[in-house]
Design a protein around this ligand. Structure first.
Ligand code: GDP
Ligand code: MG
Length: 394
């Protein structure tokens, strides 16, 4: 054994990847990502450091606060949501501020038509989503939750990158990680470049899945070389782009892909407070002839409960019923959970922000304020137009 990957060492030593990177930063050892390899000498040093830390921590039970994250993570780390004093007292937290818990990553799959986005999602859904009801109809709700050995991963299940762009166009960001699917027999195509540009514009970390590696004409090396032309350098060429060969047909590499998603999520240090104020985004909605409006909401912060009042644009609704992405009835849903909600009177659009209100009266007030703001803007526009017309003369 001469070299070892950072994440496998972390696993062997029973510490998380961030801790490992912290130690490497402290030692001044450079790395590109957790899949970078480190020298045996460094491994010995790390073992010594951990042993020393363990010895130090043993007598006192109080843990020192975690050292600051590497700059890349510090940047993406959102400011912690302030916890209301009521909650803090009720919980009788120790002196240190309670940590905002981690949340599952939300992943979007983008790429050129026919490169296998739907097939890959289908494979993951088939193998990683436990079937709830026997013979139950799995409704399309625009997202699903996969259970992996590394935890929950939420996939946005709307084909193409329209979903990503419409949602982004409204100023919302639902995806934490973008998987760019590239067929090994076709390499980079126009929509691949578009997808990459979208992910870059949204500053969402990318993982490339080179799909269809089962085909005899598959040429993964060509894809990697082509990516280099876009300044996206795969790890094995010395860059930091994670590239995973997969086959949505045979399932080869899919487990690795899921593992890389979890590793990326860990580095992004995604957190959300289930006890904080609720916020969410509409993924999609439709009108069912019998049930009425069914809207899929991604919970981003806080927790939704049946009976809560929600405000979307200038509409509000009371949650009459809620189902998870597998179709099971649920009473509440925390961060990074896609839920289908029954209770809106009008179908909201993808990408619209969802907030909650204390009660019906509060919901109406928020809407009245929004409507009044909108009218002000409209009137100002009409006024400007009139003034212009007057200036131009008859
Ligand atoms: P999308 O347009 O990106 O959603 O692509 P699809 O998932 O619809 O796949 C397009 C075609 O490629 C279909 O005929 C799939 O059966 C086929 N396909 C997808 N993934 C694979 C794969 O890994 N191997 C092979 N051989 N065919 C695949
Ligand atoms: Mg498709």
């Amino acid at each position: 054994m001469s070299k070892v990957r950072i994440y496998s060492l972390a696993k062997d030593l029973g510490v998380d990847n961030n801790k490992m990177l912290e130690i490497l930063d402290g030692l001044g050892v450079s790395y590109k990502s957790v899949s970078s390899t480190i020298e045996e000498d460094t491994v010995d040093l790390i073992r010594e450091i951990l042993a020393a830390e363990a010895a130090e921590a043993a007598p006192a039970s109080a843990q020192a606060p975690a050292a600051p994250m590497a700059p890349a993570q510090a940047e993406t780390q959102a400011a912690p949501t302030p916890v209301s004093t009521a909650t803090a007292t009720a919980e009788r937290e120790p002196a240190a501020a309670p940590e905002v818990p981690h949340r599952a990553p939300v992943v979007t799959i983008m790429g050129h038509v026919d490169h296998g986005k739907t097939s890959l999602l289908d494979y993951i859904r088939k193998t990683k989503v436990a079937a709830k009801e026997a013979g139950g109809i799995t409704q399309h709700v625009g997202a699903f939750e996969a259970q992996t050995s590394k935890g929950r991963i939420v996939f946005i299940d709307t084909p193409g990158h329209e979903a990503f762009t419409t949602i982004r166009a409204r100023g919302a960001n639902v995806a934490d990680i973008a998987i760019i699917v590239i067929a090994a027999d076709d390499s980079l195509m126009p929509q691949t470049r578009e997808a990459i540009a979208h992910a870059q514009a949204a500053k969402v970390p990318m993982i490339v899945a080179i799909n269809k590696v089962d085909l005899p004409q598959a040429d993964a090396d060509r894809v990697k070389t082509d990516l280099t032309q876009l300044n996206l350098v795969p790890e094995e060429y010395g860059g930091d782009l994670v590239v995973v060969p997969v086959s949505a047909k045979t399932g080869e590499g899919v487990e690795d892909l899921l593992e890389y998603i979890s590793l990326t999520a860990e580095l992004e240090d995604l957190r959300a407070d289930p006890k904080g104020p609720f916020s969410g985004v509409i993924i999609e909605s439709r009108v069912d002839r019998q049930a009425g409006v069914l809207a899929t909401v991604m919970v981003q912060e806080g927790t939704l409960h049946v009976g809560d009042f929600l405000v979307v644009g200038e509409n509000y609704g009371k949650i009459k019923a809620m189902t998870d992405s597998g179709g099971g009835r649920i009473k509440e849903a925390g961060p990074s959970t896609p839920v289908q909600i029954l209770g809106f009177s009008e179908a909201p659009s993808s990408g619209e922000q969802v907030a909650s209100a204390k009660n019906e009266h509060a919901a109406r007030e928020v809407i009245a304020q929004r409507a009044s703001n909108r009218r002000d803007v409209e009137n100002a526009r009409i006024q400007r137009k009139k003034t212009l017309e007057e200036m131009m003369g008859p």
